[in-house]
Design a protein around this ligand. Structure first.
Ligand SMILES: [Zn+2]
Length: 109
C-alpha cells in the first residue's frame, strides 16, 4: 500500500510542536529559502550562506544581514544610527510593523 509523501517545510516534524509554531516555522523557512535581491547588483541571486551571512551568486557580493532575511528593520535602524541619522521615526514604524498585536489607541497630543 503506497503512502502519500507529504512535502513542505514541516515534513518530518509530524504533529509535534503545535500548529501555531509550525505555521510560523513555515513562514520563516519559505522566506529564508526564497532568493533575495542583491543590494550590490540588483539581481535576485542572494542566498544564505550561514546564519546572518548572505551571498550573491551573480557578483559574489557577501554581506551580513538578518538570520532569516537579508535585511531586517532593526538592521536598517542600526545603519541609520551608524550614519548619525535620526532613528526615532524609523524605530516607531518598525515597532508598529513588528508587533502582531493591534496597536493601542494613541493619546492625542
Ligand atoms: Zn549581486
Amino acid at each position: 500500500m503506497p503512502k502519500t509523501k507529504k512535502v513542505g517545510p514541516t515534513r518530518g516534524l509530524g504533529t509535534r510542536y503545535g500548529a501555531t509554531v509550525r505555521k510560523r516555522y513555515v513562514k520563516v523557512i519559505t522566506e529564508l529559502k526564497r532568493p533575495h535581491k542583491c543590494p550590490n547588483c540588483g539581481f535576485v541571486r542572494v542566498h544564505r550562506v550561514s546564519v546572518g551571512v548572505w551571498k550573491c551568486k551573480k557578483c559574489n557580493y557577501t554581506f551580513a544581514g538578518g538570520a532569516y532575511t537579508p535585511s531586517t528593520k532593526l538592521g536598517v535602524i542600526a545603519k541609520r544610527a551608524a550614519k548619525g541619522l535620526p532613528v526615532e521615526e524609523v524605530t516607531k514604524e518598525a515597532a508598529k510593523a513588528e508587533s502582531a498585536e493591534p496597536a493601542p489607541e494613541e493619546e492625542t497630543e
